[in-house]
Ligand binder design. Structure first.
Ligand code: ARG
Length: 377
């Protein structure tokens, strides 16, 4: 049997290569999808997979991830319980690339290294099942009911190089839209997250900084007047907001299975761009649109959190969202300083703001407000 495995180079997926070979008698093909991880890590993953006897593919999907996934998330103000869906957003794209390779390799099975407790198993499998219903799904860590400690012990026994030591057993997932750190002492919600866990949001800048973001039809196109492609723009925003400590999130999150989990995220670009986008919408959409869209955004976010990217409703909601974004064009200035990101100005050719109507200084005939009232819905 030939199995294609979504491979990150981390502990669980490295252990999976060996398990697939030895316990499932599979030939293993690994796929690492670059959705914004460092070049070193990518290379390391490829080298490790080959050393463990797999045929390896590296696929650069950064552009597609930014354009077709992250930009949709911005238009939908995507957030689930305060989490901007970084990992959730990347899984369907990774899974879909794995299926492409499996077809090319004429494989019989699709594999992933998720446990049976988290969300990612559902996200991989929803796409595996909808894109390749004829293929078998193998989830070795879940099926063999391995704990993290057991995975580490197995890795040692089989000479699988392991990136974690038992004192810092964090599970880390990174992509362009954010970094997630979980496991170990972080699992105790009454323990504060130690500073050393963070990488993207260490405060390095001490003076406030003003950054202008330009949006066109709901998506960011320029920073400080400079046009950037989607990947460059997100990388730049992570750097700008990250050095002011913006985008640290420490929450209790309700997982798909109903388990409550303590989650730590670093999402500087997401925090800044979502705040800017929301304020621009406030300027150009009507009260009725804003109110209705809030429920659409929440439905979109919940679907994507649950891994239902391929559910047709997601595209239906996107059609509505895209229509509203036609006027979400303009400029927003953000002030970044000491973990905060505040919106300080906004402007748009589609602005619905009327200074005359709002101002305390204008001597407008207050009786004319009756007319304005009638225009509301
Ligand atoms: N709780 C987050 C989510 O469901 C993060 C999952 C991160 N996965 C990981 N393997 N560290 O999207």
């Amino acid at each position: 049997m030939k199995a294609v495995l979504a491979y990150s180079g981390g502990l669980d997926t490295s252990v999976c290569i060996k398990l697939l070979q030895e316990k499932y008698s599979c030939k293993v093909v690994t796929v690492t999808v670059d959705v914004g991880i460092s070049k070193d890590e990518l290379k390391e993953a490829g080298d490790k997979a080959k050393k463990l006897g797999a045929k390896h593919y590296t696929i650069d999907a950064r552009e597609e991830f930014a354009r077709d996934y992250i930009f949709r998330a911005i238009k939908a103000n995507a957030s689930y319980e305060g989490y901007p869906l970084s990992t959730a957003l990347a899984r369907p794209l990774i899974a879909s690339k794995v299926v492409d390779v499996a077809r090319k390799e004429k494989a019989d099975a699709l594999a992933h290294g998720c446990t049976g407790k988290g969300n990612d198993q559902f996200r991989f499998e929803a796409v595996y099942r909808s894109k390749a219903p004829e293929m078998k799904i193998i989830a070795p860590i879940r099926e063999l009911n391995l704990t993290r400690k057991e995975s580490i012990a197995y890795a040692r026994k089989k000479n699988v190089p392991i990136p974690v030591d038992l004192n810092k057993p964090f599970s880390i997932d990174e992509n362009l839209w954010g970094r997630n750190i979980e496991g170990g002492i972080l699992e105790n919600p009454s323990t504060p997250t130690p500073e050393e866990v963070y990488e993207w949001t260490k405060i390095k800048a001490h003076e406030p900084e003003i950054v202008e973001v330009e949006f066109k039809s709901g998506v960011p196109v320029a920073i400080n007047g400079k046009k950037l492609n989607p990947v460059e723009l997100i990388v730049k925003m992570n750097e700008l907001a990250g050095k002011h400590g913006v985008g640290r999130i420490d929450i209790i999150e309700d997982r798909i299975l109903g388990i409550k989990a303590r989650e730590n995220y670093e999402c500087p670009a997401a925090a800044a761009l979502l705040a800017a986008h929301k304020q621009l919408e406030q300027l150009v959409l009507t009260r009725s649109e804003l109110k209705f869209k809030e429920s659409v955004d929440a439905a979109w976010s919940e679907l994507v959190y649950k891994g239902l990217w391929t559910e047709p409703l997601r595209e239906d909601l996107d059609a509505f969202i895209d229509k509203t974004q036609e006027r979400v064009t303009g400029r927003v200035k953000l002030k970044l300083h000491s973990k905060s990101c505040s919106i300080i100005t906004r402007e748009s050719p589609y602005s619905l703001y009327s200074r005359e109507a709002a101002s305390f200084d204008e001597k407008a005939d207050q009786r004319s407000m009756r007319g304005l009232k009638r225009n509301e819905t």
